[in-house]
Structures are given as structure tokens and as C-alpha cells.
Design a protein around this ligand. Sequence first.
Ligand SMILES: Nc1ncnc2c1ncn2[C@@H]1O[C@H](COP(=O)(O)OP(=O)(O)O)[C@@H](O)[C@H]1O
Ligand SMILES: [Mg+2]
Length: 316
Amino acid sequence: MKRLNIALLSGGISSEREVSLAGGDQVFEALNKNKYQITRYDPKFDLSRLVADADDIDIALIILHGPNGEDGRIQGFLDLLCVPYQGSGVLGSALAMNKTVSKQIYEQVGLPVPQYRVMKKSDDILPEDVLETIGLPLVVKPVQGGSSIGMSIVKSGEDLAPAIKTAFACDDEILFEQYIKGVEITGSVLGNENLTALPIVEIIPDEIHGFFNYIAKYTPGAAKEICPARMDEALAEKAKNFAKIAHRALCCSDYSRTDMILSGEDIFVLETNTIPGMTSTSLLPLAAKTIGIQFDQLLDRLIELCLERSGNANLK
Ligand SMILES: Nc1ncnc2c1ncn2[C@@H]1O[C@H](COP(=O)(O)OP(=O)(O)O)[C@@H](O)[C@H]1O
Ligand SMILES: [Mg+2]
């Protein structure tokens, strides 16, 4: 059987470069070398080589996060090269990357979101105004970003101005969100026409990190993940359904992971990740493992889904 030529893309130029490189290493390790011939590309250096090799590539695996990797740009680039890739296309990637647009779409399809307000660099919104409409505590975050970079939880009025500055250092548009006290959960989905929701993962950041920030996300032991989440079954079903609704509403493909907060009986949707973390201990791989899908099998599945969708299933 002919081995599939896989272009494994990781690295890139976003602030999540290191996370992406680590994910790329683990994906490379896990991919079955009997089935796949793998060539690695770092978009920071290797775009010309990718163009030159395009005709020989069967599928690209994009293990990139944040702007330029998860926002539709690299997806559009691969579309022009006629190289199929796993996960969402240009539209789904771009919609999900923008937390304001995602929220507007969540609201339209009836998904509950924390109360929020948007601010552009050119707006002259007064911090007092924000405090009055959203109240404390509140969360300030860049509209496009990931891994909690540029994000702050503001507990007192005097911390608001520095938090705004930090977020604007990452983006020209920022969000103020009502802080939801509760349990962090995340819902992963896998599939195309038939969408499967994986078991919900519960995330418990340790006392020091307080919320699921960059360090808590990537320091082993700084957060505890429990799957399936310890929650009422009916609520877990609701969360799974929210993850499916979010995936469809944002026009995602193949897989996605929607972050939520469970507060009492209420579930609030925060955001949808179109290229969720892909180390063997990341959240979506953990959810898959809970139902018996090992990391290498998950990668096989993503490749199959991509080939089915792009009409190249005969390559298998
Ligand atoms: N409205 C909120 N209320 C409480 N915690 C929040 C809220 N928004 C974000 N957080 C915390 O910040 C983390 C990152 O936020 P998220 O919106 O998922 O962005 P990203 O993961 O893209 O950086 C969440 O996992 C959660 O710990
Ligand atoms: Mg998140």
C-alpha cells in the first residue's frame, strides 16, 4: 500500500510557536510510519519549500495555534495549493479565532455567553463605564488570541487600566467579559456529517495559577484534568450538545473543542478552538482516550475525516 505523504506543519510566527513545535514533535512521534511518509515544515521558514513540494503532498496536518495558523490564513494558502488539511477551512477558522464574532454567533443560536463588551483602540470608552456595565470581577482579553496570552482577571477598579494595556499589546480589539465563577469544562467534537461529542473534560487549575492561564496550561501538574467531568449526567449531555451546536454554528470541520464554564446549573460558552492542543496529554486527546481512541488512532481518524471531506478517500 502506498504511504500517504503528510506535510506536518508546526512552529509558525504566533505567540503560541513553542506550544505548536512541542505539539508537532509529539504528532510526528505518534504518526504510524508504516502508513505515512512525513515531511515537516515550519511556516516561519519553509513556505517556499511547501509551495515547491505541494504537488506531492497528499494531506497537510496543521499543528499551529493562534493568528496565521488557526485563523484561516494558512488554510487559505493550502487551499490555493490544492493541499487538503485536517480541521476547519478558511471560514470556520476565521470565525472561531475572533472571540467577538464567535460570541455574536453563539448568541444567535441560543448558546449562553458571559455578558461582554468590545473595545477598539480607537474607541474612547472610559474604564468607569466598563466597571458600571460589566461589574467586578471581570475578564479582559484580546479578541484574537489563545493560550490565555494577554488576558487578565480584574478584581479591583485600579487593575483595569493595566489589564487594558496588556490586552491591547496583543490586539487592536479587546473584550471585557463578566467573570463567571464556576468549574471549567471543555467539550470536544469529532466528525463531519455525523458529529460525535467526546466526554466532557473538567479542568482544575491549582491554587497558585487561579485560572487556566498560559503557565497552568503548559506546566505539567499546574492544572488537573478529569475526564469524564464530575457533573450531573444531564448537564454533561447539555455541554456536549453545546459543543456540537458551537461547532456547526461556526462552520467548523472534522474536530473542535469548545471551552465552557459550569456555574451551578448554568453553562456559559467561552470560545471554540479549531486546532485544539495536540500533545498526547492535551484536552481533546484526553477526551478521546477516555472512550478508547489512543493518540495515534485519533490522528488516523483526523486524516480519514479530511480525506472523506476532500473526496480523496481513495488515497487510503
Ligand atoms: N468570562 C470568564 N469567566 C471566568 N474565567 C474566564 C472567563 N474567560 C476566560 N476565563 C479563563 O481564562 C481561560 C482562557 O480563556 P479563553 O476564553 O478560553 O481563551 P483562550 O483559551 O483562547 O486564551 C479560561 O480557560 C478560563 O480559565
Ligand atoms: Mg480557551
